[in-house]
Design a protein around this ligand. Structure first.
Ligand SMILES: C[S@@+](CC[C@H](N)C(=O)[O-])C[C@H]1O[C@@H](n2cnc3c(N)ncnc32)[C@H](O)[C@@H]1O
Length: 251
């Protein structure tokens, strides 16, 4: 099993909040504006929730909650409850979402660490998008059991794979990172984006580094299948699917 776990800037506590926000915006731009990754994730979640009759969807490691936002916009989730949470919650964004979708979206304002079991109510589907690779390889088996114990369903999505094509595409994120101030020109925060992406382009450089490291941190389908062979303490049968630059693991 691959055990290399290089550092990512996203994991560092010393990153100023304005830079962290800019890194999330580049991520959202790559996964929603440039590629329809987040749309694919929310569509797959909705399909699973409808088929298996889940009543609650929890986005773990939600960051700025792009998946909860997309799900909330869809009227087919009107009878579901959607919850966003993170180890470092983006409370201003969660508050906005709660106000825009009262009674439908909720968020946990205190840190929720998905590597530890959490007593979610029954009929809950846990979803992790672009976040499982933040767990070091030696801790991943424990986290898989914690997730299994915590809810009736789990879906893990990743927008990258550990392949040469995916690593190349990770380097290409330089382009949306540099274009961010233009792509988001109509939204507040232009000066902040110009600062971190152009004047002092550490935001751009950090994002490209994090993307390449995220690709290296991924498990291959074979590694996923081996990890999921360990008893998860559940009769649920895991599914592992890969595409050119994304993957889905669900059980
Ligand atoms: C690359 S960001 C992805 C955020 C979001 N899912 C998205 O797609 O935009 C990874 C997120 O995982 C969160 N995270 C990392 N380890 C975590 C843990 N053990 N428990 C909860 N959240 C975690 C980080 O705080 C960060 O917000």
């Amino acid at each position: 099993m691959h055990t290399l776990h290089l550092f990512e800037f996203q994991d560092q506590n010393w990153i100023p909040s304005s830079l962290r926000r800019t890194l999330f915006e580049i991520l959202d731009c790559c996964n929603t504006t440039i590629l329809p990754y987040n749309q694919w994730v929310s569509k797959s979640i909705l399909q699973q929730a409808t088929q298996k009759k889940f009543e609650q969807i929890v986005e773990l490691g939600a960051g700025t909650a792009p998946i909860t936002k997309l799900l909330a916009q869809d009227s087919r989730t009107d009878c579901l409850s959607l919850i966003a949470c993170d180890l470092k919650p983006a409370n201003d964004i969660y508050q906005e979402l709660k106000q825009r979708y009262p009674g439908k979206v909720d968020a946990i304002a205190t840190p929720v660490d998905f590597s530890k079991p959490y007593p979610w109510k029954s009929s809950t589907l846990l979803v992790l998008s672009a976040t499982f690779h933040h767990i070091p390889p030696l801790q991943r088996a424990g986290v898989l059991s914690a997730l299994t114990q915590s809810a009736d369903g789990v879906m893990i999505f990743e927008p990258l794979r550990r392949t040469p094509v995916s690593m190349f595409l990770a380097v290409c994120t330089l382009i949306p990172a540099l274009l961010l101030p233009i792509l988001m020109v109509r939204q507040p925060g232009t000066l902040r984006r110009i600062f971190w992406c152009w004047l002092c382009p550490v935001g751009t450089a950090m994002f490209v580094w994090d993307s390449v490291v995220s690709s290296i941190r991924q498990w291959t389908a074979r590694e996923w299948r081996a990890a999921l062979k360990q008893p998860l303490g559940s009769p649920r049968v895991p599914v592992v699917k890969t595409w050119i630059n994304s993957q889905l693991v669900a059980w």
